[in-house]
Ligand binder design. Structure first.
Ligand SMILES: Nc1nc2c(ncn2[C@@H]2O[C@H](COP(=O)(O)OP(=O)(O)OP(=O)(O)O)[C@@H](O)[C@H]2O)c(=O)[nH]1
Ligand SMILES: [Mg+2]
Length: 200
C-alpha cells in the first residue's frame, strides 16, 4: 500500500473520540491554580527515535521494536525544574510525511522543541531544515528554545559530532548527543529545554 494510503488507514483506526481528545486535551483547572504548564514538541525524521526519547525520559525504559507514531502521541508529566513544579505536556509528532495534515495542527503555542535526527542516518540530518520550515510555517514561534538531539550515538555514525554541533550552533540552538537506548544525555536535554522555556 502507498505510504499516504497506509497512513490514512492507520488514522482511521484511531477513533474520532481519540483524535478529538488529542486535539482538545483537558482544559487547565479553573482559576486559583497557578501551575505552570509547558508544551514540549518532539519533531524530526521518522525512525529517528523521538518516541523512544520521550519514553526513556518519562518511563525510564527503552523499547527496541519500532512502533510508528500514528499522527501524534500525547502525554503529561509533572516535573520539578530547579524547585518549580511544572506540568509538561508532551506532544510527540510522527515523522512520516503522510501525517503532515495531522501534525500541522499541533505546532502553535509550543514552549520548547526537541529537533531529533539519527546520527547513524545522514538523511535524517539533512532533513532538519525541512522540519524547521514546516514547524515555523504552521505556527511554531522562531523565538522558542530548540534543542537538537543527535540520537542513536550508540550506533555507527554517519554524522560526526562536530558537524551536528556546528549545525545547531550556527542557528543558535542547543545541541545534545543522545541515546534513548543507553539513556545518555536524555534527562539533560529535557532539563535544558524546560529551563530555557521557563526563562523566556
Ligand atoms: N540503537 C538505538 N536505537 C534506537 C534509539 N532510539 C530509538 N531507537 C530505535 O529506533 C526505532 C525508531 O524509534 P522511534 O522512537 O519509534 O522513532 P520515531 O522517531 O518516534 O518514529 P516515528 O514515530 O515514525 O516518527 C525503534 O526501533 C527504536 O527502538 C537509540 O538511541 N539507539
Ligand atoms: Mg514516534
Amino acid at each position: 500500500m502507498a505510504t499516504a494510503a497506509l497512513a490514512a488507514a492507520k488514522l482511521k483506526r484511531r477513533s474520532n473520540a481519540d483524535m478529538n481528545r488529542l486535539r482538545h486535551p483537558p482544559p487547565p483547572p479553573a482559576s486559583g491554580d497557578a501551575t505552570i504548564r509547558l508544551k514540549l514538541l518532539t519533531i524530526g525524521a521518522a525512525h529517528s527515535g523521538k518516541s523512544c526519547i520521550v519514553k526513556r525520559y518519562c518511563e525510564g525504559r527503552f523499547v527496541s521494536k519500532y512502533v510508528q507514531t500514528v499522527g501524534v502521541d500525547y502525554g503529561v508529566k509533572p516535573v520539578d525544574v530547579d524547585g518549580t513544579m511544572v506540568r509538561v505536556n508532551f506532544w510527540d509528532l510522527s515523522g512520516h510525511s503522510a501525517f503532515l495534515e495531522v501534525r500541522n495542527e499541533f505546532y502553535k503555542d509550543t514552549s520548547a522543541t526537541l529537533l531529533v535526527y539519527d546520527a547513524s542516518d545522514r538523511n535524517s540530518f539533512e532533513e532538519l531544515e525541512t522540519w524547521l520550515r514546516e514547524a515555523f510555517r504552521y505556527g511554531m514561534k522562531e523565538s522558542i528554545p530548540i534543542c537538537v538531539c543527535a540520537n542513536k550515538i550508540d550506533r555507527p555514525r554517519k554524522v560526526s559530532e562536530s558537524e551536528g554541533r556546528k549545525w545547531a550552533r550556527d542557528r543558535g540552538y542547543d545541541y545534545f548527543e543522545t541515546s534513548a537506548q543507553s539513556g545518555a544525555n536524555i534527562s539533560e536535554v529535557f532539563e535544558c529545554a524546560f529551563r530555557r522555556a521557563l526563562r523566556r
